[in-house]
Ligand binder design. Sequence first.
Ligand code: C2E
Ligand code: CA
Ligand code: CA
Length: 748
Amino acid sequence: MNQKNESTNKFNNETRYKLNTKWIVTIFIIILILSFFYVEYVKKLTYKNIYHNITELSEQTATQLNLAINDQKKFVEFMVDSINRGFFKTTDEIFDRFKGDLENYNFTRLVILDQNGNGTTSDGHLVQNYTNIQEFFQQNTVYLSENRPSTVSNNQVNIYSKTFELNGQKLVLFATINTTDYKEILLRRLFNGNGGTYLINNDGMVLIDSFDVIKENNVNLYDFFKTHYHAQNPDNLEKINTMQENIKKLQVGTFDIKLDEDIYFLHYEKVNVNDWYIVTIAPNSIIGKELTLFLILSVGICLFIIFIILGISIYIDISSQKKNRKLYKVAYIDPITLLGNALYFKENGSIYLQNPVKNKYIITLDINKFKALNNIYGYEFCNRILKTLGENLSKILPSNNITCRISNDVFATLFSYSKNINQLLNNIFHNVSKLNINGTELHVNLAIGVYKLKQNDIDINKVLDKSYMARSKIKGLYDANYYIFDDLLENQLVEEQKIESCMEQALKDNEFEVFYQPKVFTNTEKIAGAEALVRWRRNGEIIPPNKFIPLFEKNKFITKLDFYIFEQVCKDLACWKEKYDFIPKVSINVSKEHFINENFIQDYVKITEHYHLDRSQIDLEITESATIDANIDILKILNNIKAQGFTISIDDFGTGYSSLSMLQNMPIDIIKIDKIFIDKADLSNHDNIINYIMFLANRLGVKTIIEGVETQEQTKFIREIKCDMIQGYYYSKPISKEDFENYFNQHK
Ligand code: C2E
Ligand code: CA
Ligand code: CA
């Protein structure tokens, strides 16, 4: 494989690789987007969950506190009830009776004071002028105070109080509790100990702080939040204000505030005692950690699954690439030379034509008489010839060439070359043709067609055709070297295009006519038949077949034309059958382009049936070169033709290098020896090729005819070598139907 092929393979792999990375990047972007939505969704869900949890916890705390307070209230109620029923005469008797129960209700002591705030405590302290004593005397039911200084220590206490009368004097009973004791209730292990609770009154005054962050007394929670929780964030400020307002209105609520990177979840809940409120706070750190862990885990699992899927798909991709490479080889690579094949050339050539480089050339080259080499040396050796030729060619051409073997012995190459092209072509002609095969030096004759591409050449088939045309200019010439497509060929091409543009119409307008060239028996010189040859009468002029038949073979219009000519001949034969008692046998040329369709002969048969003709009166001429086309099952086709009763001539015999073994098996009737042999023959010496062919034909039991006979000497010679028939200008040129009618009537 040459450089270009390698680089094209690389290119294929690279695009594949890019394709993969493209996929991977797209998948990652999709994952990222999905992850974002997923995280948002989980966050929302988590928030909802946290809101729910914190509300529940807050409610529980409030209820628990409420229950504890009510218990204590009931005990105070009970004590005052007992006093009112007159069980006790002195305060000491009261203290003595209830002192033992205090601990059960978390009370520290009892205090009994008069309206001036003087009295004693159950643990023996004297109290004088207790401040704001009237606050307690104003209450009718059991009253729970907010935090107050202790009557005997510096502690903060809360006081349960109720007034009563003893011995006609109005007194008040205090059951005090250390504020810190409430903490025990409030101090719930919220969120693994990271959350906590405040107890506030309706104005926001902090009564209990389970966090222990508020050291002073009489601190307002709203103010504390506003300063300590960096609540300058207007959003947060608003939320705290809302809480303040809601609490005033005795409503409950949940919200979150963002501080720097942290988020705090808050819920405020009524205790149903003195309009007090529980404010529960859960900092985000623990929630965040849980959430992050959860997210990392789920995204991780997601990624893991995707990687596995990706891995599997890459594995499948690689194995399918391997398979593709195999298929690629079958589809694009010529197994003999390891160069690209025709398909490869056309596909990559089309891309190359779009390349804006200058001085692009296309070359097609083939080995003259390669088929003869095949017959002489055998296929294996000739395959080596092709391989070596391909290697030589790739070596000599400038880099970045696309070089392929596009059919049997035809190589095509595309490249760009800015130096002297004639030098390169001479180099190819003289050096590529020198082959060393298994140590044997061999020289083959190359036919090289060249076309220099123009800027607007974008059709690979068209430029290939031009190089073919150039090559056909030197085909068959001995020691010809190369031909560069020129104005002459350009004109020919223009001519061909003109022909192509009008051929269909010409057929409809009956511009094609049949001429007949008589065939004569060598011995009697009587008529043996005729060959039907097409003539194109256009604008009063007759165009000879060599001007259009090769083109029609290329564009396959020949199959239509042949069919038309065949029908014209049948019409003529039917006409002569009516008119005369004699009808000559007519040979009709059948192009090998028909053979693509194995059943073409059925169409011919139908026409003969239509004209009620005896098919043995019709001979079909098939060129020898058609019989050695490897793509055609020629035996089957010839047998089909024979089975329908036609006779078969092998036309241009001697130019196609068919092998003896092939001829032996073919159901042929006549060998038609090409004009070239009679032209070259040494008429005084019988030891020549024609004689050898005659010998061969006799062995095969086949009749012979020599075409292109122009002189009397030639007819004499032919008579001597006992060839059966003659066709040539010596007797008659191809003539019109009417002229031929006269001819055969005179030569019956
Ligand atoms: P061909 O089949 O080998 O036909 C013989 C050619 O040799 C004819 O050329 C004929 O005019 C020419 N010829 C015959 N005797 C002499 C002679 O003594 N001297 C010289 N110099 N030439 C002679 P023509 O008619 O120009 O046809 C050329 C070729 O075109 C034919 O070669 C055949 O291959 C093709 N052709 C003609 N008509 C048809 C057709 O209807 N169908 C197909 N497929 N091909 C046709
Ligand atoms: Ca012929
Ligand atoms: Ca011929």
